[in-house]
Design a protein around this ligand. Structure first.
Ligand code: SF4
Length: 332
């Protein structure tokens, strides 16, 4: 059964110069215990999608959807108290920069205990014991000592571990990790990714990982959603995306990540051009201005969904093109 089901989500931001169409009618689901990756470059709408689901956008954002359900409950019908209970208890969030989420004025113990006391009604001693257990779970050395410290006494990687501990404190059904490793150096990145993978095995929470780096989630996700210009362009299992990708943008992403068996002098292939201006997104396919397979229909009509095997879906006119077969795909 789907834990999260989103149908026809549209999110816009009214700003002085016009309306930014950040998310343009997307539908997707996350199953219980699943590890889903949402991939795309900056401005593709991936973070806004999950912030829309969480109702965490500023009040100049307008969120519309046919439906958005979590564990069978319609999110848009929840009142402020129900949404507060949902955040932290049922859905945990890990953000890119832990310093913006951790309060510099409170110790780690105070910050870890707060959700336990609010959502689970724990008394002070029980909350402290649980906070200690959480720090051990996220592999923070010397946890007794660390509990008494403030966020500025932690390194970036350690702060991110504290954020993960906070996100899983109340055993949520789903954890959303928004670019959790972007601000970290490569070795620490690998440790945090290992930690998330272990959490997935040990907690059975669904994890939604938002990233601009397809390489980061290559081995972790069971399913990957590729977004571009506020729309989904392809969705499938990791195998579908890495070995049977059908969308030119996915090919571009795959061509731009280093491959272990390639000559180290070989250049990576960038995706030429720039992302669309979401104040005036192009008509038809948002990738058309950068796509080397673009056809006249691509500039006029939004590509329809084409369903392939095992939930693999692609939004590209090439899937229906009668033109002679073009040589296409990933440059491997
Ligand atoms: Fe390229 Fe057309 Fe497919 Fe868009 S719909 S990715 S422009 S071929």
């Amino acid at each position: 059964m789907s834990l999260l089901e989103v149908k026809n989500l549209k999110t816009t931001f009214a700003i002085g110069v016009g309306t930014v169409q950040a998310v343009r009618g997307i539908s997707f689901h996350v199953d219980e215990g699943e590890f889903v990756g949402i991939v795309g470059e900056s401005g593709s709408g991936k973070s806004v999608t999950m912030l829309s689901v969480m109702d965490l956008l500023p009040n100049y954002a307008k969120v519309e959807a046919d439906s958005m359900t979590f564990a069978g409950k319609e999110l848009r019908e929840m009142n402020a108290r129900e949404l507060r209970a949902l955040h932290g208890k049922e859905i945990g969030m890990i953000f890119q920069d832990p310093m913006t989420s951790l309060n510099p004025l409170f110790t780690v113990e105070q910050q870890l205990s707060e959700p336990l006391r609010i959502h689970l009604g724990m008394k002070r001693d029980a909350a402290r014991a649980k906070a200690l257990e959480l720090l051990r779970q996220v592999e923070i050395p010397d946890p007794e000592q660390r509990l008494k410290q403030y966020p500025h006494e932690f390194s970036g990687g350690m702060r991110q571990r504290v954020m993960i501990a906070m996100a899983i404190a109340c055993s949520p059904k789903m954890v959303i990790a928004d670019e959790p490793t972007t601000a970290l150096d490569v070795t620490i990145q690998a440790q945090i990714l290992d930690l998330l993978e272990n959490l997935k095995k040990n907690t059975n929470a669904a994890i939604v990982m938002i990233t601009h780096d397809l390489g980061v989630i290559a081995s972790m996700c069971s399913r990957i959603i590729v977004m571009y210009g506020g729309m989904i362009c392809e969705e499938g299992s990791s195998r579908d995306i890495f070995y049977r990708a059908q969308h030119p943008y996915t090919w571009g992403l795959l061509n731009s990540i280093p491959k272990i068996h390639h000559d180290r002098h070989e250049k990576l292939v960038p995706i030429h051009g720039t992302p669309p201006d979401m104040l005036k997104p192009p008509a038809g396919c948002p990738f058309a201005p950068r796509c080397r397979y673009c056809m006249p229909v691509c500039r006029m009509m939004t590509p329809p969904e084409t369903g392939l095997d095992h939930g693999h879906r692609v939004f590209c006119h090439l899937m229906h093109a009668k033109a002679p077969k073009v040589e296409r795909g990933v440059d491997r």
